[in-house]
Design a protein around this ligand. Structure first.
Ligand SMILES: [Zn+2]
Length: 317
């Protein structure tokens, strides 16, 4: 009998995600993905990852988490920019350029393709190095650099298209994932667990809105010890009670101490520890199924090293 190959960690990224450019000096910049790719090479982690094709998302998949007219209107608007070459603001933080449409549909497409590959057991788990990020995008609105909520789209794909019954979403970005909460509050097939600095943009999440939301506000200057207590005290027993069949990670790295977008003080080891906790839960309940998607993280060095620490743990499970 042939020995099957041990399952690998998939790496989903695409050159189209570099073409989304919100203008000089914007922190959510193409260099973020280049810094990550370079660090993975420097640390020799790229050889441990399986590079995967990234398709464009289908509008029907996007509409699993978003209002269909929002999807279609955004599609029209971004196609116009492809023709005119203009860069235009969609909200005070979120700008679109001629490269935005392809990047946006690729970012969500990566999350969906990663979900399928993990559910089909072609991969053990996956990381999507994509942009634009997603967790501020609500059911029908761009917000905070986000157009489509990549993780929300993938989670609904797992539930509605692939027949999973329960999925968890973990969000360790420094900012509250208001878009994810907007989409899933009251959807009892989903358990969302996060911590986020409060008060801070988008100034939401501190008032618990629904029983499937475990969003824990933490003060500025909260460090790794503080966050590890939050994970142990608030997340893990809820996750074990919920028994998710798959776990999605909104992997933002802007709670790093070097990242000036927030005031928290995490370091690379903290991201590795959190990742290991999540993977342990996934092994207990979900056949190890984890899909992680990049959200924030704006200090290029801290971002790249933290993503590498996160991915290293993914490859070790
Ligand atoms: Zn953030």
């Amino acid at each position: 009998m042939e020995q099957s190959e041990p399952m690998a960690t998939g790496y989903f990224s695409h050159p189209d995600c570099l073409a989304h450019d919100m203008g000089a000096g914007h922190p959510e910049c193409p260099e973020r993905l280049r810094a990550i790719a370079k660090e993975l090479q420097v640390q020799g982690l790229d050889g441990r990852l399986t590079p995967m094709d990234v398709p464009l998302a289908g509008n029907d998949d996007l509409a699993l988490a978003h209002d269909l007219s929002y999807v279609l209107n955004l599609d029209d608007f971004l196609q116009q920019l492809e023709w005119t070459g203009e860069t235009r603001a969609l909200d005070p933080d979120t700008w679109a350029c001629p490269g935005t449409r392809a990047a946006t549909w690729r970012a969500a497409g990566a999350a969906i393709a990663a979900t399928d590959a993990v559910i089909d057991a072609r991969l053990a788990n996956a990381f999507c190095a994509v942009r634009p990020p997603g967790h501020h995008a609500t059911h029908a609105r761009t917000m905070g650099f986000c157009f489509f909520n990549n993780v929300a789209v993938a989670a609904r794909h797992a539930l509605d298209k692939r027949g999973l019954r329960r999925v968890a979403i973990i969000d360790f970005d420094v900012h509250h994932g208001n878009g994810t909460e907007d989409i899933f509050a009251g959807d009892d097939r989903v358990l969302m667990c996060s911590f986020f600095q409060h008060p801070l943009y988008p100034h939401s999440g501190a008032d618990q809105s629904a029983s499937n939301m475990v969003n824990i506000p933490v003060p500025a200057r909260a460090d790794g010890a503080f966050v590890r207590d939050v994970v142990k005290s608030y997340w893990l027993h809820r996750l074990d009670d919920f028994r998710p069949e798959m776990i999605f990670i909104s992997a933002g790295f802007d709670a790093h101490r070097d990242d000036e977008m927030g005031g928290m003080r995490l370091v690379e080891d903290d991201y590795a520890w959190i990742t290991a906790q999540i993977l342990n839960v996934a092994q207990r309940h979900a056949h190890g199924r984890v899909v992680s998607c990049l959200e924030g993280g704006y200090h290029l060095g801290a971002l790249a090293r933290s993503v590498a620490a996160h991915i290293k743990v993914l490859t070790e499970f």
